[in-house]
Design a protein around this ligand. Sequence first.
Ligand SMILES: NC(=O)c1ccc[n+]([C@@H]2O[C@H](COP(=O)([O-])OP(=O)(O)OC[C@H]3O[C@@H](n4cnc5c(N)ncnc54)[C@H](O)[C@@H]3O)[C@@H](O)[C@H]2O)c1
Length: 360
Amino acid sequence: MTPQPHDDLNGARVLVTGGAGFLGTAIRAALTRAGAMPLLLDNLSAYGPTTLTLLGTGPGDLQLTVGDICDEHLVGSLVADADYVVHAAAHSSVHGCTAEPATAVRSNLTGTDTVLRAVAAARRVRRFVLLSTAQVYGHGAPHAARPEQAESFTEDQPLDPLNIYANSKLWAEGHTRQILGTAGCDFTILRPFSVYGPGQVPKPGAASWVVAQFTMYAALGQQLLLNNGGHQVRDFLFRDDAAEAVVRCLTAPAAAGQTLNVGTGIPTAVREVAAHIRARFPDAEVVDAPRVAQDPLGACADTTRMRRVLGWSPRVAVADGIARYVEWVRSTPNSIPDWMRGETSASRINAWRPPAPSPL
Ligand SMILES: NC(=O)c1ccc[n+]([C@@H]2O[C@H](COP(=O)([O-])OP(=O)(O)OC[C@H]3O[C@@H](n4cnc5c(N)ncnc54)[C@H](O)[C@@H]3O)[C@@H](O)[C@H]2O)c1
């Protein structure tokens, strides 16, 4: 019989840090489908009880250990029991990291160091997968007149992180290569592009996650704000596709030691996303807004290496994925967080100004 991509994962214990998050919960579902046993570690810092329930997790989740990735003892005992480790825990928004640099440093640097050292010390882990980000590339193709002319980012091009979040991820990439390379452990670094889909709930003050923002503000009868005229280009990757890429990466032989983009290879301008949403909320008003500081102009992923190494391509096209997300919000109105209901266009634009960092 021809081996299936997930055969090696059958019965494997896979530790997912950040396992209660937007991507972590999708990775858990994909692992379960593959016959693996997911073990989640999360400090539940990102979301309140309503969102956690929508993500299918929370303090009563039997596969979840509520704890911090900086807790050396806890991380050491969980890693010692794992066949694979997916490191998804992070202070994961650009705005959040800029506003709270101490938390960014603690979770994204110290926490990553703690997990890496535990993996290096454990004899059992077959592969460590780091979720980095496409934000490490910085600006893409600001000059592109039409989205289809935008450049794509290739894994070996120069990196230019524009914010604390991207810097912390770039550091995590280098630290992974150093610690695990020296220890002779297997690892793969993934750079997901803009992941979206059911389960995604925006974080206060963040300008990112535009599919979720536009859909929820349209549902609330508020304006859709096109920062920079919506000319930024993104590569929108459906949540289930992102999770499938992560799970395939665990056992793909050619992924050893690699750095891989994870995207569709298709550029979509933010203003196109607004048009998709408006097709479903015809009364939604779309207005131009100033450019957000530290927000990359963007480009899509060069997916050549991903397709070769994983033998796979994402399945969900952006129009279909947006339709599915809109349907999810319409059928799950409590997905819209309370803080969004009190926003105005002016308060949103104000929140996107560069925040004064809190004292360390
Ligand atoms: N969503 C995207 O578009 C996207 C794109 C590229 C990369 N990524 C990366 O993928 C990973 C998952 O992203 P996500 O969208 O699911 O974000 P998320 O915020 O939903 O999930 C991150 C999880 O990590 C947990 N966490 C944070 N600090 C922690 C700590 N110190 N100890 C334990 N748990 C902690 C949070 O509670 C949260 O559940 C992140 O590393 C993110 O940087 C996400």
